[in-house]
Ligand binder design. Structure first.
Ligand code: ADP
Ligand code: UDP
Length: 235
């Protein structure tokens, strides 16, 4: 399978057309951004880690009954995926208070939540991905009720599978963002799951092993990504 014209260049990935109209190739970059693109940098080796980690987790999710866009890993950084129409919602699940949740609600980072939460952001860079609820999503025509129900159910399932998977690697899944797409009348998991899109803490020391090290200028960013990669058995 070969890359044809560049369809889209995002902050973390390039997306190419292929000869098959139902299949795209995503090419993961080492570029890192935060705060809606305001902070820019490079995390050496990130592209390969995020590509391979996403594919590994997506295969596991498939086995657990969650349909994903994965077709085939083509190289360290490139993967063939089903071309979906992305539902313009960022779906965020939280197990432990952190980030914007802690800030907004005045709850100390690291406080365990009594049950997982789910929230939506409207995927729109110009607006800075604002927080919305399902009524907004319906009113704006971003998704149907049926789609929202499916997405909600799948997102909690993804959380259960990933929580267990990371726990076995000595990692706490604090929170994460996922995206879904429409494919041939169904809803499937798309985009990525990586230290860019998940908060991952050491289960004992609570050391941060994710993009917060970049966002907060903590140093050791590359090492943290590499550590996650090693712990899940991919290094
Ligand atoms: P961003 O657009 O936020 O800068 P990326 O650099 O990760 O993010 O770009 C990848 C883009 O491709 C995202 O907009 C994402 O929603 C989209 N995407 C992910 N998976 C698929 C897919 N299977 N089909 C079509 N688009 C996808
Ligand atoms: N997240 C993401 N992309 C975004 C916003 C958030 O991948 O555009 C992830 C982020 O890495 C974290 C989770 O979603 O794992 C929750 O992020 P939060 O709302 O706390 O926002 P932040 O503190 O990152 O601004």
């Amino acid at each position: 399978m070969e890359k044809l014209e560049l369809l889209y260049e995002g902050k973390a990935k390039k997306v190419f057309k292929t000869e098959d109209p139902d299949v795209l190739i995503v090419d993961y970059k080492d570029d890192a951004t935060a705060f809606n693109g305001l902070k820019k940098g490079t995390i050496v080796g990130k592209g390969a880690i995020n590509n391979r980690m996403t594919n590994y987790v997506f295969k596991l999710l498939e086995k657990e009954g969650v349909p994903t866009h994965l077709v085939e890993e083509l190289s360290d950084r490139e993967t063939a995926v089903k071309k979906v129409e992305i539902v313009p919602l960022e779906v965020i699940i939280r197990n432990i208070a952190a980030g914007s949740f802690s800030k907004k609600l005045g709850i100390e980072e690291g406080t365990p939540l009594l049950q997982p939460t789910l929230e939506f952001s409207y995927k729109n860079d110009d607006l800075g991905d604002p927080f919305i609820n399902s009524y907004y999503a319906l009113a704006l025509g971003l998704a149907t009720q049926e789609e929202i129900d499916k997405i909600t159910k799948m997102a909690f399932k993804v959380n259960e599978v990933m929580k267990k998977f990371f726990a076995e690697a000595g990692i706490e899944l604090v929170d994460f963002k996922i995206e879904f797409g429409r494919y041939k009348g169904d809803i499937i998991l798309a985009d990525e799951v990586s230290p860019d899109t998940c908060r991952l803490w050491d289960i004992n020391t609570h050391e941060k092993l994710d993009k917060d090290r970049f966002r907060r200028d903590m140093g050791g960013v590359e090492d943290a990504y590499q550590e996650v990669f090693k712990r899940i058995g991919l290094a």
